[in-house]
Design a protein around this ligand. Sequence first.
Ligand SMILES: Cc1cc2nc3c(=O)[nH]c(=O)nc-3n(C[C@H](O)[C@H](O)[C@H](O)COP(=O)(O)OP(=O)(O)OC[C@H]3O[C@@H](n4cnc5c(N)ncnc54)[C@H](O)[C@@H]3O)c2cc1C
Length: 420
Amino acid sequence: MAKFSRRKFLSVSGGSLGLLATTGGRPGAAEPLKPRHSQSAANASTVDVAVIGAGAFGGWTALYLREMGLSVALIDAYGPGNARAASGGETRQIRAGYGEREIYTRWVLEAFKRWDARQEEWGGLPLFYRTGQLSLQRQWSNNLRATQRVLNKLGVENEVIEPDELARRYPQFNLDGIAFGHYTPSTGVLMARRGCFAVAQDFERKGGEFVLAKAQPGRHAGSQLQEVTLSTGQTIAAGQFVFACGPWLPKVLPTPMKGRLATPRRVTFWYGVPADDRRFSYPHCPNFGMAGVYGFPSIEGRGLKFATVYDSIPFDADSDERLVNDHEVERAREFLHQWFPALLDQPLLESRVCQYESSVDAHFIVDQHPDMENVWIVGGGSGHGYKHGIMLGDYVARRVTGQATDAELDRTFQLKQETF
Ligand SMILES: Cc1cc2nc3c(=O)[nH]c(=O)nc-3n(C[C@H](O)[C@H](O)[C@H](O)COP(=O)(O)OP(=O)(O)OC[C@H]3O[C@@H](n4cnc5c(N)ncnc54)[C@H](O)[C@@H]3O)c2cc1C
């Protein structure tokens, strides 16, 4: 595929590269996001880069591009972190343990610092809670050994906790049959929907254009896409296009994405915690993981959350109803019985159905469209992408503007030949 040249990009788009000063605004605070439909008299607008999708991947990409001084339109059909998006919902885990996949551990170590810095820059409501994470194990697995090796190599604090000490520190868990715990204090929880909204709000505050509309590829000339057409009837022309459409990628770009992205259904549950018992709430309870299940303490009073892994039933992000079924509720209740006996009489407070956007190898996808060299495909978060948006957006912005990037990442994120 043709390598994009920054010089060529600037001449095509006519964009200015003067770095904008930040305004010191406070995304996440009270101010509503204002959808704008910027257009000229000809019902069209032109920007350096159009980013389609304001989830964790597209939102951060648009913000970094804007902070580089480019004119950027961020377009979303339903809004940043909306209820259908993979980045929607309340919370996502940020963990450094990734088995052998060291590139993601490295990214997370930098992501921790960036989340702290953005939270400070933006003020407003919290985006990042440092909860720690406790993995309860019956035996050592290859994946856990690899995780421990990589964490030790990179100097990430982690600890193996023997049963007596586990029982002393974590009386809220049923530890029958547990051989040891593995604890990582750096792990945390990110406020997902709030984070997407804060990113889009900062993007707009810094002069980016947010557009609430559904977009699809429009006219092209040879290997150059010229514009996207919007559901509002308008068009947006750009030098470069980033399609960060999460689970919608196969609908928006059917040819290159055919067989390359699965969208399995996933369910999450929130159970009540007793009013006078702090053991299940932040900061007294860590994130937890055990065979087939992971979860978080109650944060901001939402209840103890956990996600269970079920069969991979394909899910349509646009049209499928988001209702948990009786079998799923029953299994969630069994899980509660097994691991949190003190919560047996607590009610289910909330449940949620969402979908992953999984690539064939669970690696992210950042690649040029095979037929259109100014179109970038960005997605494949594969159930672990949210925490990385803050790094991936920077990486994509660099690729789009022709800056040097890590060759190992470029290779890893290629759109693979294999399909499901
Ligand atoms: C239940 C669940 C639990 C998860 N747990 C974790 C976790 O603990 N930690 C973690 O790091 N990750 C986790 N993930 C994964 C992570 O949330 C996703 O990988 C990530 O949010 C994907 O972001 P995205 O921007 O690619 O997609 P999305 O958030 O889906 O964003 C795509 C956006 O594109 C917009 N769009 C689509 N088509 C169009 C169009 N034609 N025109 C305009 N806009 C369009 C959509 O409206 C949407 O807003 C989890 C995911 C799920 C579902």
